[in-house]
Ligand binder design. Sequence first.
Ligand SMILES: [Zn+2]
Length: 418
Amino acid sequence: MTSLSAGWVIPADGPPIRNGRVTWADGLIVDVSEGPGDRHFDNAVILPGLINAHSHLEYATYAGFGDGEPFGTWIGTHVVRKRALDFADMVAIATRGAADSLTAGITTTADYSFSGAAAVAAATLGLRAIVYLEVFGSDPAVAAAQFTEKRAAAGSSPLVTLGVSPHAPYTCSLAVYEWCLSLGIPVGTHLAESANENEWLVAGTGPMAPNAAILAPPTGKRAVQTLEPVLGPDLLCAHCVEVTADDIALLAARHVPVVHCPRSNALLGCGVAPLAEFLAADMRVGLGTDSPASTPSFDIWEELRAAIYAARGRARRPDALSAAAALDLVTGGAARALGLSGSIGTLTPGAKADVTVLSLAGSPYDPVEDPVVAAVFGGAPERILETIVDGTTRYRQGETSWHEVHSTASAARARMLA
Ligand SMILES: [Zn+2]
């Protein structure tokens, strides 16, 4: 039995507990209540381990590639540079991504993986992960061969669940989506990320057109309508920026879980997804950092605040997204989006002992008045004291050193720049 206590515990499935304590045994939470633990953290908040609902650990050192380019040519730059890497390089970069995630207080990441390296990295550092192996193209037999090869590379670990990711409607046929959904494992895709995607799908024009050789043929329909035959509760859809009211109604009617990635969408000039409309339609929504290919970091705290800035700015209302509603996007709400409610995302007896300890000492929110507001606006990777996955400490500030992880990943990045 192990227990931690702090000035506040935010269980995320009930009100915050002052002078709260979380107790676990054999990797599962057994008690959340008031009282002192084996170890106590002053001026700190204990939260459920945070969930990043959309990442690419394998792009942890792709920072700045193609910055300022249109989506179509940006993605072309990445395809070309990725060719400089072998599998060991991809593992090295993904391990850096897993380290950055744990440092930020993330305990579960839903990762779309090009090579399977993300699964190896998550297992090595003890990060819980659903790794969706990416497949591309129009032929299900080809996709099946890609999946088999990547699954062999990914290996297996108790903390890693393997899924499959038909990449996007502009790179995969409906037949490939149907094959993926027939596997009975988690399935995730990118959907309606950019106007360029709709331009290609509707008319075969726009900045994606020069990459026609690696794209699915135009369908004459926008992205969401293109996927209409396969939309359902088991298809996790990242982005959903370029959506009409009809698209939102369809996504809601089919109970499609969506991942909001506001920093990535803003930095690539894709737009601002209608988060308030998704939530008003009772859709399941998680928040994702995407990766340093499009955002500066796996800093889920920055992502939380970006979601609030975007939602309040877009709606011109300060109550468009409360701190509590934002926190739900990386805790209980994200777990619902991933179909893992009750297992992760809340400090609930019986749930996995995934726990994050955030210091607010010396912050503008110290002493803490509202712990949720303080955590959401004051949280940062530099303030994470400890990250615990499955009852085991995987990051402790001042003790865990990832010097070698960083230098190996930087060497791989250097090969891409050569
Ligand atoms: Zn992505």
